[in-house]
Design a protein around this ligand. Sequence first.
Ligand code: HEM
Length: 600
Amino acid sequence: MDQREWKIQAGAYGDMDKFFAFGSGPRLCMGKYIGVTMIKSAVANILFNFHVELVKGHHVYSNSSLILNMKNVVGAIARTRNLKLARLDNFEPQPTCARDFMKGLSRPKAIDLHVNQHHGRTKVVTYWPILGVLPCLAQNAHRMHDYCVDISNTHGLTKVLKGPFLEILYTCDPRNFEYITKTNFPNYPKGEEYNKAFEMLGDGLFNSDFDLWHGQRKLAGKAFASNNFSRMVSNLSKKVVEDELVPLLVKLIENSSTVDLEETFMNYTFDVAFFSIFGRNPKCLSKQSPENKFAKAMDDALEAIFFRHVAPPMWWRLCGRLKIGVEKKHHNAWETIDQSMAHYIALKKEELLQGAGQERSDILSTYIYLQNEKQEFTSGGDKFLRDSALTLLFAARDTTGASLSWFFYSVLSNPAVESKILDELKKVKKCNSENDITAKKPWIFNSEDVKGLVYLHAACCETLRLYPGLPLNRKEALHEDVLPDGTMVRPKMMIIMSPFAMARMKSLWGNDCMKFKPERWITEDGQLSNEPMDKFHTFGAGPRICIGKDFALTLLKSAAASLLFNFKFELVKGHKVYPKPSLVLQMKNGLLVQVKRRVF
Ligand code: HEM
């Protein structure tokens, strides 16, 4: 703004001679142009993007201060919280946001204003004296994943959160995700704190970094790449569905009872994962065994590990030393898991000595073979075997079980999707008449049956997009760096990326991002589309991309097809489904459904 323009502007207030807001004479405020420009830009951007209403009953008067602050506000964030912000209907936000401008950011950012649908309330980051962001994190720990969405909606796609001895860089900017997981991968290991929180997994693939990770990844690649292994996964998923899952539901129909599908699916994925790793079926599913101490210990351990991610390290270490709270659970869980692992490893070695299981299709046998061959990174005796096997069990069971539960929740809430899946399944089994369908029940779908099913595959991908099994991806910065969105990264900074929040970004997935819409994965000529894959972050990306994603999809599709075809599920009315505060996106109260035999 030049002098002339300034005079014209000032004229709006009346005669300049009577206007002393900036002082006058030789000490006239030097920043008046800047001040007015900042005010104008902020006002213009806010008024254009938001509808702002004063909160009724909130009294605004001046503070007794040298600066004319308002009495009932504390800092900038609280000031915005005293206003009611609402989106104008059918109005797309402009790319330049007032907040960014005021921060002096040169790069405009599009802020996604999708309002959280789970709880309908928006909380933002607030800072407390000394404690910084900690109280805010503690207050929102029970709704961590929704909170990530709120942060993105309120503060932009990237935000640095500070507390005592704590600096977290939270981001759901896809450019940053790509950069951290691929472009500058060596600068972003999981980090020391992560490794300590997951100490139970020892030096296993999930929890290792640098050369050790590289070696472990190669070994796991060998175990997963063998034909024997993929054949075994296909056979096992079919066997467990046919012999345990379907008969269990048939029994439930007879008793016309309500079932928690999430618990059932956790048992299903435990059985298949355990079977593929140790070569024996624990049959948790058919027993619906409340006595599955191993699985219970895994649940307790995961709860404690979540606590370790949200509590300050000093605090959880102290609890660990005193063996109190969830740390006590962790301690007890570890004893159970360690003893069970030792037992199963000893059994497997004995079996191999006696010549059984020579074809080495299960993962533990492959690892024992690689160890006997003295391959690199296999030293450490039984500890190496324990860390490797336990890592896979942890990585496979809960993520896949939870995803299967969200699949059923999404499909049952969208009857049109359910009938399209059924139409596709009918074609596989060549069912033309109703007699065909009712005569031969139960129908079992194996991995070959479901391989070419485009719509079922799309529905699985859509579930995994909206409900990523691992909703947070954590890394730690090694060296100073600058992310593609201009954010400075300091060494040792904790980086949290949220695929859960990314799935809820209109700028990435369109205005209907919250809609469960398998069609977004299908091209106009009915083929699977590659395009959404580029922005799909559920399995991670780059060199550390999930090694079990095909395994997971086989498990999901075999169970989903056989169950949907044979049974009709109804969500129990009034049963609220929402995520549990956990590292894995499980459901807080399970998934209660009523099961009937399907009649077409
Ligand atoms: C729907 C189910 C699953 C989801 C959503 C999922 C997701 C993920 C994600 C996000 C990562 C981390 C990537 C990163 O650090 O950047 C990961 C890593 C991993 N996943 Fe999965 N996963 C699933 C199923 C499985 C299964 C069935 C297995 C094993 C059989 C498995 C084994 C692993 C392993 C070993 C890693 C560590 C890879 C590494 O650090 O190099 N996952 N998974």
